[in-house]
Design a protein around this ligand. Structure first.
Ligand SMILES: CC(C)(COP(=O)(O)OP(=O)(O)OC[C@H]1O[C@@H](n2cnc3c(N)ncnc32)[C@H](O)[C@@H]1OP(=O)(O)O)[C@@H](O)C(=O)NCCC(=O)NCCS
Length: 139
């Protein structure tokens, strides 16, 4: 069944993939202050996790992890820590000079906080539900 037939069956308009790609290209590719790395499962090619890194113009010595996510099936096996390490390594390869890595996490997200502590992050004192965590860059 072609995408066109499938769309007709369920009564929706056909997706314009080219339009999606153009938006993705415009929004992501070519943005030199951020990048996303994906961890892909061998064999299936499924996405197992990703990390999104940002260099904030106002704090150029800081690498910000905007988001890190590991698919539930792969959690608790070291992938989260690896993704953070890969993000830091890739930022360094791009010539980003940063002294610290920073991320924000919901206070009650104990699993994520344990992952970041295990990777050397320390909580920066704050009063909100979203404490900031920072680590010195590992050489
Ligand atoms: C947070 C997240 C990225 C961690 O990834 P992960 O691959 O599970 O983490 P790791 O296996 O690298 O674990 C590192 C540490 O976290 C802790 N940890 C991981 N999984 C755990 C679990 N299921 N229960 C308790 N602690 C756990 C361990 O202390 C581990 O330390 P160790 O290696 O010294 O034993 C992942 O759980 C996730 O995607 N969660 C949902 C999305 C999310 O909350 N993202 C963060 C938003 S800021």
């Amino acid at each position: 069944m072609s995408p066109h037939d499938w769309c007709e069956q369920v009564g929706v308009g056909e997706f314009d993939n080219d339009a999606y790609y153009r938006v993705i290209e415009k929004k992501i590719i070519g943005q030199r202050n951020q990048f996303t790395l994906a961890a892909v499962e061998k064999g299936t090619g499924n996405l197992a996790g990703y990390v999104h890194c940002v260099r904030e113009e106002e704090s150029p010595t800081l690498l910000t992890i905007g988001c890190v996510k590991v698919d539930w099936e792969h959690q608790g096996r070291g992938l989260g820590k690896l993704l953070i390490a890969a993000g830091e390594a890739s930022a360094a390869e791009r010539g980003w000079t940063f002294a610290d890595t920073s991320l924000t996490v919901l206070k009650r997200n104990c699993r994520a906080r344990r992952c970041y502590c295990s990777r050397g992050f320390e909580e920066v004192p704050s009063h909100g539900a979203w404490p900031n965590m920072q680590s010195r860059r590992l050489q």
